[in-house]
Design a protein around this ligand. Structure first.
Ligand code: K1U
Ligand code: ZN
Length: 166
């Protein structure tokens, strides 16, 4: 297993739209193990392939209190969403920025597991927010895209100050 470098905003690779997974092989399973290791080491509850420069439609997630309930979804599709939730979000790819984002309170999603079998998930609360955040990543979107232009500009300026160009 290996820790993968996490792309940091404003890296343009975070804007790449991920491609569907067409087959599951040992190389993909190893990449997913690396994603779990990277997610746990970074104290995240989710991680999308895009964030570690793997541009396939994959995310890992563990929102359990025990930190021992792994969920990996390939080719996730949100079928239905309902309700509204405003929760403060952060992102492993956007350092030192947290703000409230409008999300659906419940989502019904489907996808595929690592054995290539179809899976369906009904989620609410934190898990529902995490799924929406990770599907956004796979579409090249960041949570800050949901904020006002003014807030986005502030975050961009703060990030540029903390990560001077070489
Ligand atoms: O994709 C990422 O950048 C990981 C991110 C996903 C996320 C999940 C839920 C809400 C917002 C963002 C994180 O895991 S950061 C949040 C986090 O570490 C956390 C959130 C709630 C409870 C405990 C930890
Ligand atoms: Zn994120």
């Amino acid at each position: 297993m290996a820790l993968l470098p996490i792309l940091k905003y404003p890296d343009p690779r975070l804007r790449i739209k991920a491609q569907p997974v067409t087959h599951v092989d040992d190389a993909l399973r190893r990449s997913v193990e690396d994603m779990y290791e990277t997610m746990y080491a970074s104290k995240g509850v989710g991680l999308a392939g895009t964030q570690v420069n793997i541009h396939l439609r994959i995310f890992t997630m563990d929102v359990s209190a025990s930190g021992n309930e792994r969920i990996c979804v390939l080719n996730p599709e949100i079928l239905h969403q309902e309700g509204v939730l405003y929760e403060s979000e952060g992102c492993l790819s956007v350092l030192n920025a947290y703000d409230k984002v409008k999300r659906a309170q419940k989502v019904h999603m489907r996808g595929m597991d690592l054995d290539g079998k179809p899976i369906e998930l009904k989620a609410e609360g934190l898990m529902a927010v995490c799924i929406q955040h990770e599907v956004d990543h796979l579409n090249g979107m960041l949570f800050i895209d949901h904020l006002s232009r003014l807030k986005q500009d502030r975050i961009r300026k703060k990030t540029e100050k903390n990560q001077p160009r070489d």
